[in-house]
Design a protein around this ligand. Structure first.
Ligand SMILES: Nc1ncnc2c1ncn2[C@@H]1O[C@H](COP(=O)(O)OP(=O)(O)OP(=O)(O)O)[C@@H](O)[C@H]1O
Ligand SMILES: Nc1nc2c(c(=O)[nH]1)N[C@H]1C(S)=C(S)[C@@H](COP(=O)(O)O)O[C@H]1N2
Length: 175
């Protein structure tokens, strides 16, 4: 079964074409390198509007059937940064450990890591994970949390994700 992975860039400027989106492609590049089981991306680039973010997350989870949705951008303290609020609004369960670990890892690179309110949560059979907007943060954050993602997706009855253990070893308790 081909796993669908949502890649959602949330940026006023990238969505308006003011700069090229580099963070969405960085998420796709990470998946391409790390996943050895079949997967396909479902890509969206939108502005920092809470209603639109919520509708797009619902579409990716419920209609496109993505087992994992990675967002990038809109996690900071600025007036238009509302990605965590939209994520909480559409999720039945929050998974605060993801944000905790990603901020801890990001602190190794930038002291402003604590400005990201990035979080994660479960909607139906989808895991939604927020990443910061900076392209360099994508690899740093995903490398930290990805070992736990395949088992999380097992637990929400999604497809079995396999990784290249030389790059990122998925941990499944008892197997
Ligand atoms: N999707 C992206 N692609 C490329 N560069 C990005 C992206 N998102 C952010 N950046 C870079 O990181 C810097 C800081 O991002 P910022 O936190 O302002 O982004 P944002 O709030 O996600 O985007 P915007 O302000 O356009 O809505 C930007 O000036 C840009 O250089
Ligand atoms: N790994 C990593 N995390 C990071 C950063 C970064 O450059 N690398 N930037 C920080 C900064 S400056 C901000 S304002 C917040 C929120 O960014 P966002 O609004 O683009 O999501 O993420 C933080 N987390």
């Amino acid at each position: 079964m081909t796993a669908r992975i949502g890649i959602l860039t949330i940026s006023d400027r990238a969505s308006a074409g003011i700069y090229e989106d580099k963070s969405g492609p960085a998420i796709a590049g990470f998946m391409q390198r790390v996943l050895t089981s079949p997967w396909e991306p479902v890509v969206r680039v939108i502005a920092d509007e809470q209603d639109l973010i919520e509708r797009t997350l619902i579409e990716l989870a419920d209609e496109a059937g993505c087992c994992l949705v990675c967002t990038t951008g809109g996690t900071g303290p600025a007036r238009r940064d509302v990605t965590p609020e939209a994520t909480e609004a559409v999720c039945a369960k929050m998974m605060p450990g993801f944000g905790e670990l990603m901020r801890q890892e990001s602190l190794k690179y930038v002291p402003t890591a604590i400005l990201s309110r990035q979080t994660a949560g479960i909607r139906g059979r989808s895991l939604i994970v927020n990443l910061p907007g900076k392209p360099a943060s994508i690899e740093q954050c995903l490398m930290a949390v990805f070992p736990a993602i395949p088992y999380c997706i097992d637990l929400i009855e999604g497809p079995r994700l396999e990784t290249d253990p030389a790059l990122c070893k998925a941990f499944r308790p008892g197997g």
